[in-house]
Design a protein around this ligand. Sequence first.
Ligand code: CLF
Ligand code: SF4
Length: 305
Amino acid sequence: MSVNKYLKTRLPQIPSNITEEAAKKTLKHPCYSSEAHEYARMHLPIAPKCNIQCNYCNRKFDCVNESRPGVSSEVLTPFEALKRYKEMKDKIKKLIVVGIAGPGDALADFNNTRETFKLIREFDSKVTFCISTNGLRLAEHVDELYALGVTHITVTMNAIDPNVGAMIYGYVNSQEGKLTGEEGARYLINKQLEGVEKASKLGLIVKVNTVAIKEINHKHIPKVIEEVSKRGACLSNIIPLIPVEGTKFENMTPIVSGELNMLRKECCSFLTQMYHCKQCRADAVGRLGEEHRCGAGTCQSKLIG
Ligand code: CLF
Ligand code: SF4
């Protein structure tokens, strides 16, 4: 059986136009393949800015869309990121994925992201590139991401209806300025869907993260997953809100694991579900669920699994 055909048995909605190389990378990607637990990924915290305000986010910490709240990462320049990658590559044999997941949004300031990927690619032609984004500027940058060799993209989408989104997003920065309420949510949702569709048409492998927020969006999530599966996403990762002090949602009661699993079960009829996410941080490094420290003394990289 070819690699692409085998991958189709694991992720039935994987785009049929992906290359054999991207298929191989997916089978070894520890987030996209639960069987790939021996492989490690490294997040490079080079993206401090953000262009939206999620009501569960306190900017003192990492982007909660891809992270466990309550921890903040130092920010590296692209050159520091390359240095850090070289150090960790020496220490961790099966380090094969580089991800950019904040601590803000990977695409809010594209210059740093572009520069970092370029530098790492010059050093390592085989490494898998992965990003996590709120999706606001994905459609705008996806062609360049593809050209840079990014194969895996995570978009966090918490709503498909602007009235639900309005309860989750404080504001959204558009080209016309700051948008709020349903207007802001509608703008973001349309950009996210456009980005997911464009990325999957290019043959990129798109995962959608969704933060389950009780009484706000948790009953609405199946509609989100149904829509993103039509737009070309091939994997869904529903993660529980962890309330953060100093945010609008600080007193929310988190969804319990039984409810979360029921939600995932309901959504698996639309899209394959991820069950092994560790809600790691923007500078996590190692295998999922493990912790690594760099001996150089400056590296505080830590995975909280
Ligand atoms: Fe990082 Fe995310 Fe890429 Fe993985 S994490 S950018 S897809 S390489 Fe993975 Fe961590 Fe869960 Fe994210 S366990 S929080 S899903
Ligand atoms: Fe915070 Fe991430 Fe939302 Fe930006 S996208 S506001 S960094 S949780």
